[in-house]
Write a protein that binds this ligand. Structure first.
Ligand code: TA6
Length: 305
């Protein structure tokens, strides 16, 4: 039986069910020939993606999900792929509105689900302006997130301006990649790229020397979005793997690992959590601000393989 009548018509035989997830939130459970996935309709947040191997077993999760995550309306779920929108980072107007916007803290509508036998499962979710969003942000909009769960994982986020005035957004697909050991994790593709180091006072603009490695807290906004590769070189572990990241519509890549102190001081992360993930975010942030005029839309996309 479906979690609720409202979602029944979206279920797909032997492939997609709507279940009662953590905190009583509606979750979409996907299981197809290529992979499995779990999406929280609250936040339109993908929480899990596991590729199937040729031996019909599953690979370990591509995504990190904190064991201490909150599943409560008004709070964000720590892990998976949170949608940061319509602003990235702290409230740009410093009015005390939530960090990373409000899209990750709202129940979205499920618009469509479909099965494409040779390719996987497609899920389309939407969020439109409401009284609640207008209190935080005065604009009329339609946000559409399409998730393709197949041999690769694809996300596409389209912002439509349905109002009569232009608006500007910053945003990010704030992906938490699971890694077996942060000390053996590296990212290639941003060598010589410029980045803003948001940990240092004054946010200096620096140049990336070699691959990105992790030996302390890292919180950087790279002003470039090229093809990237995440290497998880942890040995004796099934997570030992390589993830290719291809994006469109983004001129910014955010790389974040909180390291030990922030992990220990975050109520929704365990003390050791920082060893198990790295965030690589396809974004429009810092100077990469997107203006959208009435009746126009803007799409950001990413594919992980
Ligand atoms: O994207 C990096 C970042 O902005 C960090 O500065 C850190 O705060 C992180 O996101 C997580 O933010 P959250 O609000 O989800 O705790």
């Amino acid at each position: 039986m479906s979690f609720s009548k409202e979602y029944e018509s979206f279920e797909l035989d032997n492939e997609l069910t709507i279940i009662e997830g953590e905190g009583g939130l509606p979750f979409i459970n996907v299981e197809n020939d290529f992979a499995s996935g779990l999406i929280s309709i609250y936040g339109a947040q993908l929480l899990s993606y596991k590729l199937k191997t040729t031996t019909a077993s599953e690979e370990s999760d591509l995504l990190f999900l904190s064991g201490k995550a909150y599943y409560e309306e008004g709070k964000s779920i720590k892990g998976g792929i949170p949608i940061c929108w319509p602003w990235f980072g702290q409230d740009p107007e410093k009015r005390g509105r939530p960090a990373h916007g409000f899209a990750r803290n709202m129940i979205w509508s499920l618009l469509e689900t479909s099965s494409n036998k040779g390719a996987g499962t497609q899920i389309v979710l939407a969020l439109s302006d409401s009284e609640a969003t207008k209190k935080l942000w005065p604009h009329a909009f339609k946000l559409i997130l399409t998730i393709d769960i197949g041999k690769t994982l694809k996300l596409s986020l389209t912002t439509g301006n349905t109002g009569e005035q232009a608006f500007s957004i910053t945003q990010a697909l704030h992906t938490y990649f699971a890694v077996s050991d942060i000390n053996k994790t590296r990212i290639a593709g941003l060598e010589q790229a410029q980045y803003i180091d948001t940990i240092q006072a004054g946010w200096p603009l620096l140049i990336q020397q070699g691959e990105i490695i992790f030996q302390q807290e890292v919180d950087r906004i790279y002003t470039q979005s090229s093809a990237l590769t995440l290497f998880d070189d942890g040995n004796n572990n099934s997570k030992n793997r390589q993830v290719n990241i291809q994006s469109k519509g983004s001129k910014t890549t955010v790389v974040w690992n909180p390291w030990a102190e922030i992990s220990a001081n975050s109520a929704d992360l365990s003390d050791e959590a920082y060893q198990q993930f790295v965030c690589i975010e396809t974004a429009n942030a810092a100077e990469d601000v997107i203006e959208i005029v009435p009746n126009e839309s803007f799409t950001i996309e990413v594919e992980y393989s």
